[in-house]
Design a protein around this ligand. Structure first.
Ligand code: BES
Ligand code: MN
Ligand code: MN
Length: 456
């Protein structure tokens, strides 16, 4: 569509300037010191939605961070797309590993470097600019609703309540999200699912106080050593997870489905070089694509205890801790998996220590129905602007609210992400390609066009 192209070419620089302005707001949801910034960010999103042509735009308060809602209903008889995204970001630390300030965006090698550039400000903002393109050129093919939240990176607990309380307002035909990755701009892909998540924390307590490691060491169990052994025992020699019942509900894919996934381009040498590792690791019998897409995993996110300050201190710590998460696949249930983890962790603990297990949060896995007209619309949109059909892929990450969209609103979700796995999400030097940003803005209007046409 030439009018879209012309509008986007004319406004290209402003689109980017506005994104950079959003990226300057440190909307870190996990850290309450940033609460005023999170609020400011919600207000900025509200303003941008209004300028783009949305109506009934509102910053909706919650028990936590606010949700920004806006809509443009051109005709109630036409289909409605609910666009979801998140304006909150992960903490930026460790700060010393950034080459430039996480909230002082810079453009280098055609990429925007800043926390949130890819996850998810740069991606949800493509939808705001795609909507602006359609609304300012009077070419909106269907109705659109926006729900941009501020707690995705901390589990979306309040969004779950919001959608239960706003079913009428959120009525739509499909949910559209750009918060995942593609293989590359040369090899566009479309995610057909997300993994679920179960996030736990464990505490192991030995003696009732820190002890002199010379006086007591050798006679009393060291909780740090015990915790390491317990964690190590959770993978066997084939890197299978040893928690009893963990795999019971895992849905195995047919050989044809596995072959289709493995047909995606993957360069192992490049992958290893990018990560600086000499060898890959993982569950025996599965490829890297499968290990990060269709298989469940268990990871230690952090482990601590005892003395970790400057210099040395000879101490046998009283306590040791770890944050452990598990990525889940269909049909694993995150509550059940959390319980299995807890029971197993308590069972394998030796009598020399006491353990405490708590659940942080979780979410269910999701699979996109590839026969849905919205999936076809996404396919055709990518075909239209990339000149190539997208490769279907499973996303390894989690967006827990997606399963709730289905459960509470009866809505399927299309995951049309434009990021790259190498964008350093949640890491120092997060980045987002300028080409990815503009390609997304170009592609999204076609989704709406084809979805409206296929809905007829
Ligand atoms: N955008 C990511 C999820 C993602 C990234 C999906 C890459 C697929 C590919 C999202 O913001 C995220 O980081 N989610 C968290 C879960 C949340 C409960 C903290 C995750 O996956 O760790
Ligand atoms: Mn995200
Ligand atoms: Mn994230």
């Amino acid at each position: 569509m030439q009018v879209w192209k012309d509008y986007q070419v004319q406004n290209k620089d402003r689109f980017l300037e506005e994104l950079l302005e959003l990226l300057r707001i440190p909307s870190v949801s996990a850290d309450s010191r940033f609460n005023p910034d999170v609020k400011n960010c919600a207000e900025a999103v509200k303003l941008r939605l209004q300028e783009a042509g949305a109506e009934k735009v509102e910053v909706c308060p919650t028990a936590g961070h606010p949700i920004v809602y806006g809509e443009k209903i051109i005709d109630p008889k036409l289909p409605t797309v609910l666009v979801y995204g998140h304006y909150d970001v992960q903490p930026a630390d460790p700060l010393e590993l950034w080459d430039s300030g996480p909230f002082e965006p810079v453009i280098k090698d055609e990429k925007i470097y800043a926390r949130g550039s890819a996850d998810d400000k740069g991606q949800f903002y493509m939808h705001v600019k795609a909507f602006e393109t359609m609304s300012k050129t009077n070419t909106l093919p269907c109705n659109i609703k926006f729900m941009i939240e501020g707690e995705e990176e901390v589990g979306s607990a309040n969004l779950g309540i919001f959608i239960k309380e706003n079913k009428e307002r959120l009525k739509a035909d499909v949910v559209l999200i750009s918060d995942t990755a593609m293989i590359s701009l040369e090899n566009p892909s479309l995610d057909t699912g997300l993994r679920g998540l179960s996030y736990m924390e464990v505490a192991v307590t030995g003696p009732n106080r820190d002890l002199h490691s010379g006086v007591y060491g050798g006679a009393v169990a060291n909780p740090a050593t015990i915790l390491c052994k317990m964690i190590a025992s959770m993978h066997d020699e084939n890197n299978h997870i040893t928690i009893p019942g963990f795999y019971d509900k895992v849905q195995d894919l047919s050989q044809a489905e596995r072959d289709a996934l493995n047909a995606a381009p993957f360069d192992e040498a490049e992958y290893k070089a990018d990560l600086g590792v000499d060898e890959l690791w993982g569950e025996k019998g599965y490829s890297t694509i499968e290990r990060t897409g269709i298989r469940p995993t268990l990871e230690v996110n952090g482990i601590w205890g005892g003395y970790t300050g400057e210099g040395s201190k000879t101490v046998l710590p009283s306590k040791a801790f770890a944050k452990i998460s598990m990525r889940l696949v269909p049909n694993q249930d995150w509550v059940e998996i959390s319980q299995l983890f807890q029971a197993h962790f308590e069972k394998i603990a030796p009598k020399s220590v006491k353990v405490k297990v708590t659940t942080h949060h979780g979410g269910s896995p999701y699979v996109t129905p590839t026969d849905h007209i919205a999936f076809k619309a996404a396919n055709e949109a990518i075909q239209a602007t990339f000149g190539k059909a997208p490769i279907p892929m499973r996303g390894g990450g989690s967006i827990p609210i997606v399963a709730l969209f289905e459960k509470e609103l009866g809505l399927k979700t299309i995951l049309m992400g434009f990021g790259l796995d190498s964008d350093n999400l949640h890491s120092p030097n997060e980045k987002y390609g300028l080409a990815n940003f503009y390609k997304g803005i170009e592609t999204i209007p076609y989704f709406h066009k084809y979805f409206a046409e296929l809905s007829k």
